[in-house]
Design a protein around this ligand. Sequence first.
Ligand SMILES: C[S@@+](CC[C@H](N)C(=O)[O-])C[C@H]1O[C@@H](n2cnc3c(N)ncnc32)[C@H](O)[C@@H]1O
Length: 281
Amino acid sequence: MVNETQKTYWNEIAGPKWLGLGGAMEARLAPVNDALIEAAALQPGEHVLDVGCGAGFTSLEAAHKVGPHGHVLGVDISHSMLEAARELTTGENAGQLEFALADAQTEYFTPPVNVFLSRFGVMFFDNPVAAFANLRRSAAPGARLAFAAWAPLADNIHWAKPLALVQALLGPGEKGMPRAAGPLAFDDPDYVLAILRDAGWSHGAVRVQGLHLRGVSLDEEAQIACTMGPSGALLDGKHASLAQREMAYDAIRTALPGYAQITPDGVRLAATIHLITARAM
Ligand SMILES: C[S@@+](CC[C@H](N)C(=O)[O-])C[C@H]1O[C@@H](n2cnc3c(N)ncnc32)[C@H](O)[C@@H]1O
């Protein structure tokens, strides 16, 4: 059995929490799609696999890019995330955009894939080399891979600041295993490049990309920080009471204007991601 912990986590905890934020995660992460889809250089007619597609918004954008002669399959291990993703399939894109329950570490995908795409869906494998080698098996000749992963915490104040505030309230969390499956597992470019190489991918590259998350209100951003990411995980790990959660929310909501720009379209937060690309030769 592989990825059992993550299957339980994304089905029972993180998936429902993510969806409970009512689209705020998708709004906030939309700028990542722009950078990722540009890095993938999708062409009309290509077959795309969106790895860890979640609620499917990257898959939908990819489907627009590859057009009616292309195809996008979004795969995920979370039933609830897939249920939300399937709401994006319409009469217009039916047959061109599909979603399926599949573990990307073990599943064989056919027909052969031209482009493997992922927005933050590839940092959760038990065995990343096995997972990337498995994806490689489904690659069409010359296939491309383009994945977004978070750069280090220190370069992502939108996670670092709330974490520091929750630590100040509740104390530090338990020290996890280095590079354990999780949002920051791919924060070291050398580690990622070694995985790609060991898994049989060529021309591996990691581009450090600064961007701005945007699109949510101050209240929504504080809610996100109390729910997802390292600060949300620390609140869960400490079994924070309702009162402690309210204190964390107030502290983050009060601090936010100090590290976010407030714009008419919502808060704008500096962030840094790794754009990971490679080829199957
Ligand atoms: C941080 S979320 C990102 C979701 C989506 N890509 C987005 O950006 O909105 C990570 C997703 O990866 C999925 N996932 C984790 N491990 C996976 C695996 N082994 N195979 C397929 N999906 C996986 C999770 O269920 C979750 O939906």
